[in-house]
Design a protein around this ligand. Structure first.
Ligand SMILES: *[C@@H]1O[C@H](CO)[C@@H](O)[C@H](O)[C@H]1NC(C)=O
Ligand SMILES: *[C@@H]1O[C@H](CO)[C@@H](O)[C@H](O)[C@H]1NC(C)=O
Ligand SMILES: *[C@@H]1O[C@H](CO)[C@@H](O)[C@H](O)[C@H]1NC(C)=O
Ligand SMILES: *[C@@H]1O[C@H](CO)[C@@H](O)[C@H](O)[C@H]1NC(C)=O
Ligand SMILES: *[C@@H]1O[C@H](CO)[C@@H](O)[C@H](O)[C@H]1NC(C)=O
Length: 360
């Protein structure tokens, strides 16, 4: 159902979009934007953490990837199959995805597809990422500058600048700042209440977006926070034994998302040639979590894979058991925090319809 609606969305996008001149590679491409450039956490990581020996969160083992394309192997994506940005890239006409920036594949013509700097357990606040040996947002921006130079060396400065200003930039992070840090960090929660902690994170986002703009970005999509209190892991950790969504945590996500809305509007006002939009993942995921059947799912509380018991492992599939449900498409959540590919299709519908304003 979600797949069909996405196909229709892709068709309407193609009709809406102006004819492309083929970008920098010299070949005529059918893509609506020349490149997709992603920053953030496990929601957009396509395998960078596999190249970080110390990273706490990796998805490089079965059952991750069991439904990923035709290879059906773990890639480092935190789902059974495609993540939202894969689906977005496909809808925009890409036949392949930008490889993880740290992988040996991120070179030559592959750089023309864009770049992916995301790292599971990354965050707005660099301290959170550092606690889990993930790539901080500050470091992701450094890699982006390095990518700019590599692209210029490959196709010339002028062509590189054109790709970089037409590219779609995706920023997707922030969940870790709450569930991997704030909620169990007494020193942090004594210094900040939720409101001022959100302000801190939002100011980091705002600085990051301004810096991306200064470096040439002109189309930026930022994801909202998901319903933090509906993730199976947070229900288990903070739900006091009940199975419903933890309303307090959802309220925190809404506080953040309202501030994000105001900030994004301000950024758009400040930079008249910047297209910027919020990719709302909260609404579809909250909907699927509260009424799974309305979107064709059977289960929104149990996870498809068997998760672990130790602190960090309640979030992820248990590598020791590789226990798996019969049909991941029936489950909203694949592991303790990450949606299944089927749920990602529903989320992508929402993000892509918001993204139309960015790419046309
Ligand atoms: C820049 O792009 C143009 C048009 O696609 C192409 O003809 C030219 O070779 C490119 N320049 C370099 C240095 O690759
Ligand atoms: C608490 O948060 C601060 C700031 O984010 C961080 O530097 C520190 O390592 C955290 N401490 C614990 C015990 O998680
Ligand atoms: C902010 O929220 C208002 C009211 O819901 C909405 O109309 C507007 O599109 C939102 N702005 C962004 C940038 O998402
Ligand atoms: C979810 O969306 C469906 C269809 O749009 C709607 O019927 C349902 O009431 C929504 N559920 C919640 C909990 O928002
Ligand atoms: C898995 O579930 C989906 C959605 O309920 C259904 O369309 C599909 O046929 C199922 N596949 C198998 C192999 O049972």
């Amino acid at each position: 159902m979600a797949q069909l609606r996405l196909t229709l969305l892709a068709m309407s996008l193609l009709i809406l979009s102006p004819a492309m001149d083929g970008g920098g590679g010299g070949t005529v491409q059918a893509q609506i934007v020349p490149a997709v450039i992603s920053f953030g956490d496990s929601t957009v990581d396509v395998g960078n953490n596999n190249y970080l020996p110390g990273a706490v969160f990796k998805a490089n083992y079965v059952p991750y990837g069991v439904n990923f394309g035709s290879r059906r192997k773990p890639t480092g994506r935190f789902s059974d199959g495609k993540i939202v940005t894969d689906i977005t890239a496909e809808t925009l006409g890409f036949e392949s995805y930008a490889p993880p920036y740290l992988s040996p594949q991120a070179k030559g013509d592959n750089l023309l597809l864009g770049a992916n700097f995301a790292s599971a357990a990354s965050s707005y606040h660099d301290d959170t990422a550092a606690m889990y040996d993930a790539i901080t947002l500050t470091q992701q921006l450094k890699y982006y500058k390095e990518y700019q130079s590599k692209l210029a060396a490959l196709i010339g400065q002028k062509n590189a600048t054109a790709i970089l200003s037409d590219a779609l930039y995706i920023v997707s992070t922030g969940t870790g700042d709450f569930i991997q840090n704030y909620y169990h960090n007494a020193s942090l929660s004594s210094r900040y209440n939720v409101n001022s902690y959100c302000d801190l994170l939002i100011s980091i986002f705002s600085g990051f977006a301004n810096e991306l703009y200064r470096l040439g970005a002109r189309r930026i999509g930022v994801t909202s926070l998901p319903p933090l209190g509906c993730l199976p892991a947070t229900i288990r950790l903070y739900g006091k034994g009940r199975s419903g969504c933890v309303e307090r945590l959802n309220g925190d996500a809404e506080t953040f998302n309202n501030k994000l809305n105001i900030t994004v509007e301000a950024l758009a006002k400040k930079h008249s040639d910047l297209k910027i939009a919020i990719f709302d993942i909260y609404t579809p995921l909250q909907n699927m979590s509260e009424s799974p059947a309305s979107q064709g799912f059977l289960e929104a509380r149990k996870t498809c894979c068997q998760t672990g018991t130790r602190k960090t492992r309640v979030y992820l599939c248990n590598p020791a058991t590789a226990g798996l449900c019969r049909n991941a498409s029936d489950f909203v959540y694949f592991d303790g925090v990450h949606p299944s590919e089927a749920a990602n299709l529903v989320i992508a519908e929402s993000t892509i319809s918001a993204g139309i304003s960015l790419v046309t």
